[in-house]
Write a protein that binds this ligand. Structure first.
Ligand SMILES: *Cc1c(COP(=O)(O)O)cnc(C)c1O
Ligand code: SF4
Length: 446
């Protein structure tokens, strides 16, 4: 293991063409394509990703290259041409933005009703808090609206490209504390963003301290959703406030609250470096646990042996595999999409190869409007082939864990493309959803 010093250097559209590896490995047309797509989807990478994660001899198929560098095919040919032409015409910055936003709005920037989940407290809409599943509240600190690099598949992309009014962000923890006091059923707070571990230790402490000081009897776990272990493990080694960051983690653990890292790892290559191994060890030493999750995506990890390898490495390093997600229906989904049938086959074939310590992982799971729906498999009743699903999480806790069926559809990539089996008009949860939507609309009108 090496613990070499590395100073964070960021690359964006402004300076990516100066990266030596880019100049050596890419053709001028490929370099231009990055500019075209990067004007629509978020693009940001850093020296650790470029120097230690991407294997530049393996282009264009290298998974981490696909994960961080925009590819021409991530936009439809029509959208690509539109932006290419705008750049050729030397449009002004604001004109480019208009073209970009027009395309962005055609890419379903707000999938799965995310904006519907903002709760009310004393009739004020709490942007910055999302409460969808009974036990867990998502908290979006205003200081965590960015990441150490951006994933090309990210469903949070509207936050990074600055499409106004699609942001969730909260400035203060006080509202969160009040909300938790008013909602004793909530046991978990999940800090998310962007990446909350981009912010300084001092800022993070300002969010965490009021939560601890409030001494909430219901608060059981603080979770931090982060990709810092993949994109900038030096955050936990030798950033200038690394030690202060660990004090914040230790304080959480010492106050009797479970600290869970929800770490995004999309490929085993992110677990190979000396830096990530040291970082994981140091985090575990604070008493935190690390759980891991990733979507399954074409061009990145659509391969059972790769998933098995990744889960095994995670267990070896002391991490707990948690979720395999289906890529969301937003942004460059066409490029990354894996059918539900294939996702299930990959999951099953990978699951078959690992011991029980890695079988904590659940999936493939869609974070859809009614809840997190797991594709359990394909079965047959009589002569009818059908898909078996269940809720892992649901808007209504009553729905959780009941298997339900859909007509077999080998092309489907998302819940909304599935249909109930013969003789049923709706899925069992749909009627209830409609009633809830009416109530929500009435609440808005009043
Ligand atoms: C995934 C998710 C959670 C957390 O669910 P767990 O199954 O408890 O990990 C909470 N809120 C929302 C909106 C989510 O999508
Ligand atoms: S780390 Fe998470 S929030 Fe950040 S770009 Fe990747 S998927 Fe999006």
């Amino acid at each position: 293991m090496t613990d070499k010093q590395m100073k964070y250097k960021v690359y964006t559209l402004k300076n990516y063409a100066t990266i030596p590896q880019v100049q050596a490995a890419l053709s001028p047309a490929e370099i231009d394509a990055i500019r075209v797509v990067g004007n629509v989807l978020p693009f940001k990478v850093n020296n650790y990703v470029v120097e230690e994660l991407i294997d530049w001899r393996n282009l264009p198929n290298d998974p981490i290259y696909q994960l961080t560098f925009p590819q021409k095919e991530m936009l439809s040919p029509a959208h690509f041409q539109e932006m290419e032409q705008a750049l050729k015409n030397d449009y002004s910055k604001s004109e480019l933005k208009l073209v970009a936003n027009k395309i962005r709005y055609e890419l379903n920037p707000h999938p799965a009703g995310q904006k519907d989940n903002m709760p009310f407290l004393d009739d004020n809409k709490l942007s910055g808090i999302q409460h969808k599943y009974k036990e867990t509240v998502l908290f979006f600190p205003s200081n965590s609206q960015t990441c150490h690099a951006y994933c090309t598949f990210c469903f949070r992309w509207p936050q990074f490209v600055g499409i106004d009014n699609l942001k969730f962000a909260a400035k203060e923890t006080n509202v969160l504390v009040e909300y938790l006091q008013a909602h004793p059923e909530v046991t978990d707070v999940l800090f998310t963003g962007g990446d909350p571990l981009v912010m300084s230790a001092k800022k993070l402490q300002e969010y965490i301290d009021p939560l601890l000081e409030a001494d909430l009897p219901n608060l059981q776990s603080i979770r931090i959703g982060t990709k810092a272990l993949s994109y900038w493990p030096y955050r936990f080694i030798n950033d200038k406030d690394t030690e202060d960051l660990f004090r914040v983690f230790e304080k959480i653990v010492d106050s009797g609250i479970n600290l869970a890292f929800m770490a995004h790892f999309n490929h085993s290559n992110e677990l190979k470096t000396g830096a990530v191994k040291i970082a994981i060890k140091k985090i575990l030493n604070t008493g935190a646990v690390i759980r891991t999750q990733s979507p399954i995506m074409n061009h990145i990890n659509n391969n059972a042996d790769e998933w098995a390898k990744m889960w095994k490495l995670q267990v070896r390093l002391g991490c707990i595999p948690y979720y395999m997600f289906v890529a969301r229906d937003t942004g460059a989904q066409g490029y990354f999409a894996v059918t539900l049938e294939n996702a299930w086959k990959v999951y099953r074939k990978a699951y078959n190869q690992v011991s029980g310590l890695a079988r904590t992982v659940r999936g493939p799971s869609m974070s859809a409007n009614p809840g997190k729906v797991q594709m359990l498999g394909i079965s047959e009743i009589g002569n009818e082939k059908l898909m078996v699903l269940r809720f892992i999480q649901a808007r209504d806790p009553e729905w959780v864990g009941k298997p339900f069926f859909a007509k077999y559809n080998s092309d489907a990539i998302w819940l909304t493309e599935l249909e109930p089996i013969e003789g049923k008009e709706q899925f069992f949860y749909e009627q209830k959803m409609e009633v809830e939507e009416e109530i929500a609309i009435e609440a808005l009108l009043n």
